[in-house]
Design a protein around this ligand. Structure first.
Ligand code: FPP
Length: 277
């Protein structure tokens, strides 16, 4: 159940309200992470240039965030630019994405204020152009006191490089405190991740049908439910977010334990003859 003060259900569309009404309030996800994929294919299938796909993708970011904020979702984390995108895409595309991010922030900070959305970022954002970082800081500071959805953009992000950064931070701390490696716990690693301040994603959504993690939140998605849709990101809307939550609620989360229909537990395992052929 999300805090009542953050709910703005009356602002959902009638279609969204119908799906929302079917959701179990006691099983809503706290954190949804999304791999926004398919901007290029969306443009290609319309004989348009790729940048038009990214522009439409930015519109989906706005609309999906607004729906998330209306239902009071606490955490929404979107994969907006990977380190690999930065390295392997044509410079013109990367620099367009940078301009798009800047204008997205300029145009949307007021909407974020209206929707009680707080902006944050994860990734090696210090490697982004200075003017983009400046705009990011402005958006983060302006929205810092909002108490609804935290929208985190993963920018210059890679799951492996996040782990490298975390291990570097942890190693420095261990050295400074003269601690032995045997003392390292999962909690210590968690404290040094970019996401230390948020819960792990309950649900990971990937658009456009690819069955890959693409180096996204590798540590954090250990027990996330994965929802892959064929829909391309520029066609993804708030209603589809709600449908993904409905599907998530059908899943049985076991976290490595046993669930319904997993067979009967043997009470005397020592009596069982082991035969491996
Ligand atoms: C994947 O589509 C998407 C990206 C590499 C970048 C995500 C960017 C946006 C959604 C737009 C801008 C976002 C913000 C926050 C302003 P793709 O180009 O890999 O698609 P393809 O696989 O079909 O080529």
């Amino acid at each position: 159940m999300y805090p009542a003060g953050t709910l703005r259900i009356d602002e959902l569309t009638a279609e969204e309200r119908a799906v929302y009404a079917s959701l179990k309030q006691e099983r809503l996800p706290e954190h949804i992470a999304i791999i926004m994929d398919g901007n290029g294919r969306w443009a290609g299938s319309r004989s348009l240039k790729r940048f038009v796909g990214h522009q439409q993708g930015a519109k989906s970011v706005r609309l999906v965030t607004e729906t998330a904020s209306r239902i009071g979702l606490p955490w929404l984390t979107l994969y907006a630019l990977s380190i690999e995108n930065d390295l392997r895409r044509p410079r013109a595309e990367v620099s367009f994405l940078m301009r798009l991010l800047k204008s997205f922030l300029e145009d949307n900070v007021q909407r974020m204020m209206d929707n009680n959305v707080r902006m944050k970022y994860i990734g090696r954002t210090h490697e982004l152009p200075a003017e983009v970082q400046e705009k990011m800081r402005w958006a983060e500071e302006t929205t810092a006191r909002n108490t609804g959805t935290t929208l985190t953009l993963a920018l210059m992000y890679g799951g492996r490089s996040e782990l490298v950064d975390a291990f570097r931070g942890l190693a420095a701390e261990m050295q400074q405190k003269h601690l032995k490696p045997e003392l390292i716990t999962e909690e210590d690693i968690h404290r040094h991740l970019y996401t230390a301040h948020m819960p792990d994603p309950d649900l990971l959504i990937r658009t456009s049908g690819e069955m890959r993690l693409s180096n996204y939140l590798l540590w954090q998605v250990a027990y996330s439910e994965i929802f892959v849709t064929q829909r391309l990101w520029p066609d993804f809307r708030g209603i589809h977010l709600l449908e993904a939550i409905a599907e998530y609620q059908q899943r049985e989360r076991r976290f490595g334990g046993l669930g319904k229909g997993c067979g009967e537990v043997e009470e005397h395992p020592e009596r069982i003859k082991i035969a491996v052929s």
